[in-house]
Design a protein around this ligand. Structure first.
Ligand SMILES: O=P(O)(O)OC[C@H]1O[C@H](O[C@H]2O[C@H](CO)[C@@H](O)[C@H](O)[C@H]2O)[C@H](O)[C@@H](O)[C@@H]1O
Length: 449
């Protein structure tokens, strides 16, 4: 049997592909291949022969049980902090000789740029169907990896009954990410529109449960896309929260009173407001430094800045990352994070989407009560903070939107925004049905009396 590990599931040719010599030295000509799977935040070690720059092939060998014992599930870990490394002995008693390039030092700046690029790529790898048409095994492996991953992060649609069982008689509060969750990922960030059907579904949802959109976009921008006044909005990855001063359901967001464009009284919470001048400066610097890189785009998200790589040819990614890094050297109080083909510059304050969820739950009067059931749906790296907050609450449900296996703390998954819409609609149906049941019970009791 031949196992091919393609670039889809593991970057073996980049700095991730470390070579570990049998004597522990770097660059030795024989030993074990330690390949990292950035999608899973995980390493696996196996006896392998590297045949080409892009494809590692594990061949049949009397000394190797690679094909049979290297189960797909053993290649996966959902805990990035605890990589499960398959020991050499679990694969083969004797390592198979391999030939590999010398590893890059992770401490050099170049290594840092590669790290950013690989992290970005892991969040948004190319779609498997379009890859390796000449290598069907690569597809099979990817499909098998996804199937195995689904066992750990089951579909929220097939687990729906279980979700509502836990939500029964609790106040459901829904948190939604925008890009990749409510709208499909597209090349041009200005055209990431949500469908009319999705908008109608979110509107129905908000009539049943308190609903918030938490996005990396600036708050006015995400509002422009969603256009629903009845929601709570948190832009700039939670650093810009606005809620109605007095909502019809009696909830109230804590913060400074202000007025929205229509003159309605609102409450604002902006924990990074003093960073605004710095963010404006870094935005101008990033525009300047990236202007000659074709396809690069810099988006001002009020309290953070996003540099888009999606329309830049891959051979120019390193140059772009390097330019971003060089600008950042002058801004020690700003941080860099990554997402789906984006690098994001943000204030280095201890505030993220998870903190925003916590803040909104508290403001809405729900924190530390056992009768609230928060749901969070998101697709990107920055949503992981929110997943962890939800997982840490007494009840709740974290759902990753992804059609590929990814390292995540989310408990459940949905493949794409169309599945998100189905899920939201089922929540509304469930709520309406429980209201009908309650009404008919009350009516029955009334008639009986
Ligand atoms: O937190 P989110 O609402 O998911 O926002 C995160 C970033 O989303 C946008 O970028 C992503 O979507 C774009 C449009 O589909 C896509 O072109 C890009 O590659 C994705 O990363 C948005 O443009 C960023 O500003 C947000 O930070």
């Amino acid at each position: 049997m031949v196992l091919k590990v393609s670039e889809v599931s593991g970057n073996i040719d980049r700095y991730h592909g470390e070579f570990e010599g049998t004597d522990g030295t770097e660059g030795t000509q024989s030993g074990l291949l330690r390949a990292s799977f950035p999608n899973f935040g995980e390493n696996f070690v196996g006896g392998m022969t590297l045949r080409s720059k892009r494809t590692a092939v594990c061949t049949d060998s009397p000394t190797s049980s690679c094909g049979s014992s290297l189960s797909v599930s053993s290649m996966l870990s959902t805990s990035p902090s605890k990589p499960s490394v398959m020991s050499a002995s679990s694969v083969s008693s004797k390592p198979i000789p391999i030939v590999l390039q010398k590893k890059h030092s992770p401490y050099t700046e170049k290594g840092q740029f590669h790290a950013w690029i690989d992290a970005m790529r892991a969040q948004s790898p190319p779609h498997v169907h379009s890859l390796h048409e000449d290598i069907p095994e690569a597809f099979d492996l990817e499909a098998a990896v996804y199937k195995s991953w689904l066992e750990k992060h089951p579909s929220a649609l097939s687990s729906f009954d279980n979700v509502i069982k836990h939500a029964h008689q609790k106040q459901v509060v829904v948190f939604l990410d925008y890009d990749g969750t409510l709208s499909p990922i597209v090349e041009d960030p200005e055209r990431a529109f949500m469908s009319t059907e999705m908008r109608a579904s979110v509107k129905d949802l908000a009539s049943c449960f308190p609903t918030a959109v938490i996005s990396g976009r600036s708050r006015p921008k995400v509002y422009e896309f969603v256009q629903l006044a009845e929601l709570y909005y948190a832009g700039s990855h939670g650093m810009d929260i606005m809620g109605p001063a007095k909502s019809s359901d009696g909830f109230r967001v804590k913060g400074t009173k202000s007025r929205d464009k229509k003159g309605n009284e609102v409450v604002l919470f902006q924990p990074a407001s003093e960073y605004l001048p710095l963010i404006n400066k870094v935005f101008t610097a990033l525009i300047e430094t990236t202007k000659l890189i074709k396809g690069a785009k810099v988006e001002h998200n009020k309290f953070c800045v996003t540099v888009h790589f999606r329309r830049v040819k891959e051979e120019h990614w390193e140059a772009l990352a390097e330019r971003v890094g060089n600008v950042l050297k002058d801004y020690p109080s700003l941080n860099l994070t990554h997402g789906r083909k984006v690098l994001e510059v943000r204030p280095s304050i201890s505030w993220d989407k998870g903190k925003a969820v916590d803040f909104l739950l508290k403001s809405l009067g729900f924190k530390d009560t056992s009768d609230v059931f928060p749901l969070y749906l998101g697709d990107d790296k920055t949503d992981e903070d929110a997943f962890r907050t939800i997982n840490g609450s007494k009840h709740g449900c974290s759902i990753l939107v992804s059609s590929i296996a990814k390292s995540t703390d989310a408990k459940l998954s949905l493949q794409d925004p169309s599945e998100v819409m189905l899920f939201l609609r089922r929540l509304v149906q469930w709520k309406n049905r429980s209201l009908e049941n309650r009404n008919s019970l009350q009516k029955g009791a009334h008639n009986h009396n």
